[in-house]
Design a protein around this ligand. Structure first.
Ligand code: NAP
Length: 330
């Protein structure tokens, strides 16, 4: 049996792997079979990760973090965690291949998934003009008229990036002001190919085999109109990826995994969580990396206590009415 399994492959999971590997915990990282690297794999220039004054491409940053984890002995498995059995002292992770891995402790860092608008045309035309990833699909929209839905940093980043290909990019936002940071807003406002469609909600995506347009509804007076388009990029945020632990870990009202204060301790002893899956607010690569650090240190303390005392008493530390294993503050 292993000491530690880490589920995830974004900055939180892989930073946890660096720390855990350096602590000789020989972590197994279950990195997924398809989405390795997390959100940064769909990002172009990362300009705000410390240590890269000229910026770095998202995939390159992830490759560097992974190489750093592997250098210290982390084992990366390109497989999916499909089932968890984590209530008892032995944490069991069933993989897509059918293998069951066991460990004394688990770090859950599955990140977040693209949010969907939730309208019929979105699913039907997914991959046929509807996309969630400009860096993956932008190339297909050369000289086309397209739209980005959303008003946050992701929407501004996607829209700005897509102007490299498209002849025109509408940004459709449900309010009259953006949520995006000032610098991202200014970049989008200055781009001549971008036109903003304010106070509008996409209520239908039109087309049979390919996107031909959208139906917009005014959030001010409810009036509707059609806008002709050849592509729609949805950039309305992310939801924490918690489907594996819905009935196993306590969640917050925001849908993130509940952790105890500033620690990474979840409602189940020996299970720690980090990154976007616990963070409804900041969701930056740098904060995820910090969160992964906390999780690795918490897991290390838990495993050390386990080594000294055998199976820890789950009621050893009662915090807020919940049972927690005593773990020194980090
Ligand atoms: P976000 O900040 O949550 O913004 C989501 C946007 O989509 C908001 O403008 C929101 O509208 C809109 N929206 C949400 N649900 C919608 C729906 N059902 N229909 C229509 N519009 C909807 O998400 P994000 O832009 O993905 O950013 C997430 C985090 O990553 C942020 O902390 C951001 O700073 C960070 N990020 C940073 C960078 C960077 O620095 N380079 C790049 C990308 C992301 P309202 O404004 O009306 O709520």
């Amino acid at each position: 049996m292993r000491q530690l399994i880490i589920i995830g492959s974004g900055p939180a999971a892989l930073t946890a792997a660096i720390y855990a590997a350096r602590a000789n915990l020989n972590p197994l990282v279950v990195a997924s079979s398809v989405d390795v690297g997390g959100e940064l794999m769909n990002t172009t220039d990362v300009e705000n990760f410390p240590g890269f004054p000229d910026g770095i491409q998202g995939p390159e940053l992830m490759a560097k973090i992974q190489a750093q984890a592997e250098r210290f002995g982390a084992e990366i498995r390109y497989d999916d965690a499909v089932e968890l059995d984590i209530a008892g002292p032995v944490k069991r992770v069933t993989l897509g291949s059918g293998t069951v891995e066991e460990a004394d402790a688990l770090i859950f860092a599955t990140g977040s998934a693209y949010r969907k608008i939730g309208i019929a045309g979105e699913e039907r035309l997914s991959g046929r003009g509807v996309s969630w990833c400009a860096t993956c699909d932008g190339f297909f929209f050369r000289e086309k008229t397209i739209a980005v839905v959303g008003g946050g940093d992701s929407a501004m980043e996607e829209a700005t990036f897509l102007t490299r290909f498209a002849s025109k990019v509408y940004v459709i936002h449900r309010r009259g002001e953006l949520r995006a940071s000032k610098i991202m807003q200014e970049r989008a406002f200055a781009n001549e190919k971008i036109e903003f469609v304010w106070n509008s909600q996409v209520v239908d995506i039109l087309g049979t085999d390919a996107v031909t347009g959208v139906v917009l509804e005014s959030t001010v007076d409810g009036s509707r109109r059609e806008l002709a388009l050849e592509g729609v990029f949805v950039a309305i945020g992310n939801d924490p990826r918690t489907h594996l632990v819905h009935d196993k870990l306590e969640l917050t009202a925001e849908g993130t995994v509940w952790v105890d204060g500033r620690s990474s301790r979840t409602s189940v002893p020996g299970v720690f969580a980090a990154g976007d899956v616990i963070d409804p607010t900041y969701r930056q690569a740098a904060t995820a990396a910090g969160s992964g650090t906390v999780a690795a240190l918490d897991a290390e303390h838990y495993l050390a206590a386990l080594g000294e005392a055998g199976t820890p008493d789950p009621a050893a530390d009662e915090i807020g009415g919940r049972a927690h294993v005593a773990s020194p503050a980090v």
